[in-house]
Design a protein around this ligand. Structure first.
Ligand code: AMP
Ligand code: MG
Length: 405
């Protein structure tokens, strides 16, 4: 048996380089950039109006006031999408819309509220400063400016920024592809009729959801009985970056996942960790394909996923190998009375003065899914260790939508 630290070290050292693909920006939501992005053009691309109003020459309007308006001849209009193409001369103005190109000869915009249009002329009632209400070409950024750094997550604002400067495709990390193999002759797909001695396969949907929330992609799912040959065949068909098996990885007579993996050419990297839950975790590799054999108990399977598999999925995105964590203080003493390092499921409660209280969920059995569904995350305590009331510790969060920190 190895320690959690050793298991993490081995896991981390066996992560292949992330795969990078070119994606249309519209397909990049939640992906991470694999390149720095520089501006191919300035923003704004052209000098334009920040207001609906009139484009004018400052020298004409600088003395305008409500009791002594300046009258200008209205010579045309610059609309969004249809600029005014001629020169605006002394004593002239053009009507202008927000975002429309500033007409040549003009250097100032007077907003509608400070004007009165009268037939072919417009009265200017106020003008505060030269250049008011103009957005200048390049005032946000110039051509060549660094817009987005490699590893930035592409969400709505980043996608909009890319498209706004005419970038339609970017290089991003390919989401990690995962095949799930739920093994166990007692398993019944949820929704099907069930006999007294059978178990509903909750691991399949649990892992599928967790993979999706971690940014991975489930590419195939197999539910297989505890027959070695059936598992060998399923593993050989599972074409993915990670093959995630559950069940059949312990020392029982019907546990065949390890042999089935090795019959497919996988080499064991570790088996069994000094931890509770999730002791029998198995990890193997064949080329760039990783295989995890998670224990069948749903809580053990989820804890192993959270602590070992999920950081691999995020690392394959090009993110750090890590976990979303938050610091909190124990609301009561919490002790690890066992002989193995314990991953204790806890709840977080927001304190009125800020920060979190940590309490542990009542029933911690590795077959008890409520210890997960009632929890916000887990803490790790060594054998014999007590976390005293008020003592601070990092909580590993189950909120997989957060990036590792
Ligand atoms: P195993 O690791 O195969 O010895 O299974 C340990 C326990 O987990 C047994 O009680 C199994 O019935 C249960 N189990 C195994 N696979 C699943 C699954 N996919 N969903 C829910 N429970 C499971
Ligand atoms: Mg089993």
């Amino acid at each position: 048996m190895i320690s959690i630290e050793e298991a993490l070290h081995i896991t981390k050292s066996n992560i292949p380089d992330p795969a990078v693909l070119e994606y249309a920006v519209e397909d990049t939501a939640e992906k991470y950039l694999a390149e720095d992005i520089y501006a191919p053009e300035p923003s704004p691309r052209y000098t334009n109006s920040a207001m609906d109003g009139y484009a004018v020459r400052w020298d004409d309007v600088s003395a305008a006031a409500s009791d002594s308006p300046v009258s200008l001849t209205l010579v045309g209009e610059s609309r969004a999408g249809t600029p005014y193409s001629a020169m605006v001369n002394k004593g002239e103005a053009v009507r202008i819309s927000t975002g429309a190109m500033l007409a040549a000869g003009c250097d100032t915009v007077v907003r509608v509220e400070d004007t009165q249009e009268r037939g072919n002329s417009v009265n200017i009632l106020a003008a505060k400063r030269q250049g008011q209400d103009i957005r200048y070409q390049g005032e946000e950024f110039q051509t060549g400016a660094l817009l987005l750094r490699k590893k930035t997550k592409i969400s709505a604002p980043q996608a909009a920024l890319l498209v706004s400067v005419g970038i339609a495709k970017v290089k991003a990390n390919k989401p990690c592809e995962v095949a799930i193999l739920a093994t166990g002759s007692e398993l019944i797909t949820a929704g099907e009729s069930i006999a007294d001695h059978q178990i509903r396969d909750s691991n399949m949907i649990m892992l599928q959801t967790a993979i999706q929330e971690s940014g991975g992609k489930v590419v195939s799912r197999f539910q297989i009985s505890d027959e070695k040959q059936a598992i060998v065949e399923a593993i050989s068909q599972a074409d993915a970056d990670i093959i995630l098996c559950t069940g059949g990885v312990s020392v029982g007579r019907h546990d065949h996942v390890k042999e089935a993996a090795e019959a497919n050419g996988f080499k064991q990297l570790f088996w069994k960790i000094r931890q509770k839950p999730g002791k029998p975790l198995y990890f193997a590799r064949k080329g760039n394909t990783l295989l995890f054999g998670l224990p069948g108990n749903p809580v053990s399977a989820f804890m192993c996923f959270s602590h070992y598999v999920r950081p691999v999925i995020t690392a394959l995105h090009g993110l750090p190998f890590g976990w979303p964590t938050v610091s909190g203080e124990a609301a009561d003493d919490i002790t690890n009375q066992g002989k193995r390092t314990n991953m204790i499921r806890v709840q977080l409660a927001w304190r009125p003065n800020g920060g979190y209280w940590i309490t542990h969920t009542e029933k911690q059995g590795s077959h008890m899914l409520t210890s997960l569904s009632d929890a916000d995350g887990y803490i790790i305590l060594e054998p014999g260790q007590t976390l005293k009331t008020g003592e601070r510790i990092d909580v590993y969060r189950y909120d997989f939508r957060r990036d590792p920190v």
